[in-house]
Design a protein around this ligand. Structure first.
Ligand code: GRF
Length: 200
């Protein structure tokens, strides 16, 4: 059984998708702990409703990014986490986190990477005028949304789309895609070869 540590900053709908997939035994993984860098993240409430340990770790209590990530790693280790899932966590993972969980941190991003990394990916896609966008789950490296891609799902961008409409179309895909990536990881099917992730 893979123990997930889910890092969030807000709403937590992808967290909820992982919780549901775990509860329905669709993935051989359970959520061991949820950590937020924001005290008011709704995802903390979602986790607690499911009796999952949910911890707010205040960045201001630490001297700098390394110390903060050491605090996070301590909590992850305490819960025997072996896969870290970033799910709307609004910080770029640093050296401490990445070195502590080498090739064991994944992230979900609302675009077809490498297009539109960083903030407001759906807005970037609309403004660029692409006809197809989507979602990506990828391994995390020290860049911003740059790590090896595990799975992607495409959606059309339609004429009348607003940021909200496109975001919700992509989000529906995210909620299927993140559990799928976790399932592959937990089943030991993922092998990183350079930039490519082989699904065995
Ligand atoms: C999602 O769109 C995810 O792709 C991005 O941040 C958003 C988080 O949403 N990284 P939620 O908190 O999971 O509802």
């Amino acid at each position: 059984m893979t123990n997930l540590g889910v890092l969030i900053s807000g709403r937590g709908s992808n967290l909820e998708a992982l919780i549901n997939a775990s509860n329905k035994k669709e993935i051989p993984a359970k959520i061991a702990v949820v950590i937020s860098d924001k005290s008011d993240a709704f995802g903390l409430e979602r986790a607690r409703k499911h009796n999952i340990e949910a911890v707010y770790i205040n960045p201001d209590d630490f001297k700098g990014k390394d110390a903060y990530e050491q605090g996070i790693v301590k909590t992850l280790k305490k819960h025997n986490v072996n896969l870290v899932c970033l799910a709307g966590y609004m910080r770029i993972a640093g050296k401490v986190l990445i070195d502590s969980y080498k090739s064991k941190i994944i992230n979900i991003h609302p675009s077809l990477l490498p297009a539109f990394p960083g903030l407001n990916a759906q807005k970037q896609a609309l403004e660029h005028g692409v006809k197809i966008s989507g979602a990506t789950v990828h391994f995390v490296d020290e860049g911003c949304d740059t790590g090896p891609i595990i799975v992607q799902s495409a959606v059309p961008v339609l004429a009348g789309d607003t940021i909200e409409i496109l975001s919700s179309r992509i989000l529906a895909e995210e909620h299927k895609l993140y559990p799928l990536a976790v399932k592959y990881f937990a089943e030991g099917k993922l092998k990183i070869e350079g930039r490519r992730v082989i699904i065995q």
